[in-house]
Design a protein around this ligand. Sequence first.
Ligand code: FAD
Length: 385
Amino acid sequence: MQRTIIVVGGGPAGLSFARSLAGSPHRVVLIEPQPRQVLASPAPDGREIALTQRSRAILAKMEVWQHLPANEIHLLREARVLNGSSPFAMQIGPEQGDALGYLVSNHLIRSALFAAVEAQPNIDLLCGRRVVEPVAGETGVSVRLDDGSELAGDLLVAADSRFSQIRHALGIDAAVTRFGHTMLVCRIRHTVPHRHTSTEWFDHGRTVALLPLSEGCSGLVVTLPDDEANAICALEDKALQHRLAGMLDGRWGEIELITRPHAYPLAMTFAERFSGPRCALVGDTALGMHPVTAHGFNFGLLGAWRLGQLVGPAADPGATHWLTRYARQHRLATLPLYEATRQLVKLYSDDRLIARPIRAGVLRLGALPPIRRIMGRLLSEARSA
Ligand SMILES: Cc1cc2nc3c(=O)[nH]c(=O)nc-3n(C[C@H](O)[C@H](O)[C@H](O)COP(=O)(O)OP(=O)(O)OC[C@H]3O[C@@H](n4cnc5c(N)ncnc54)[C@H](O)[C@@H]3O)c2cc1C
């Protein structure tokens, strides 16, 4: 019997989940407020997404990787982490193979996922519509949309972002950590080559990261207290370039801004449970990572894929045992890095004098071979899906 799976949200996680149901006999209804043409060709949003080897493998299985423009997939060979003015750098390489992962712009991932989902025979896309009231119970689910229409189904999957209203309406709470910091992201040209190595530099009062893209071009990521970030965004082009160049301390030679910054206020969220009766949470709705360890989408994709593998072929996709299995597996897979990231961000945003030697010590500890190996494995995640 054909069942109906309702997906709320057509961001990267909702689309990944819908795509993981490509071969499923069930009908998939995806509801997203943005218009179809925006989903088909989203505008660049400044995010350069670091994809792990495992994410590449999942996207290839979904037949999405093959549709990303080859010249827009940038190799991420290794990562280095610096602290303040210390010349010491912790270097993290892949556990296997020649790369930690790849950098691909978020809008390209979104459009490739959308094209694949749109072509699926079992999909109904309701674009330009918002879910205003979800109900999930033991016998079925239903959603009311903003045009007053209603839909019924057998499973409801919420993928409506980290401050999810659907999660709240389903009675699922989430722990929220706010940092009072905003991340600015833009593209720059620079004269010192990046050698396909990303750099994360915990400087005093700010964090700077450089993500290697094409030759002489990188994504620049600067994290600052909210008010300082807002003031920088208000600068006109020349003053902006001068201000950002000053933060790089000449490490990357002469720089030139290619795009103006996009601003993202930072918060981490973790839902108290990832499933309930006939409902499940995926992507940032389950857990919202801090971008510093580059895992929000990687985890969202992994969870979406695993949930799809469980419920796609099931006679009843809303049966409790599939949803609790997904929730348990995904919690176990994500909680250690979530918590490590939260503590790392707290430590490196702490500018009191007492925190500085601890920060330097943590970096040197992290440089010990066994810890470096664990981090390399965690960041590249070469294990199969
Ligand atoms: C600066 C930055 C850099 C990042 N870098 C990385 C990285 O390198 N690697 C990595 O893995 N991750 C990274 N991330 C994280 C990644 O971008 C997110 O984890 C990912 O976009 C979350 O996708 P999502 O689909 O869960 O949520 P969203 O992208 O927030 O999508 C939610 C969707 O739900 C829709 N929606 C909302 N309400 C409703 C409703 N009521 N009804 C229907 N639809 C609704 C919205 O319109 C939206 O389309 C980064 C994030 C930032 C901010």
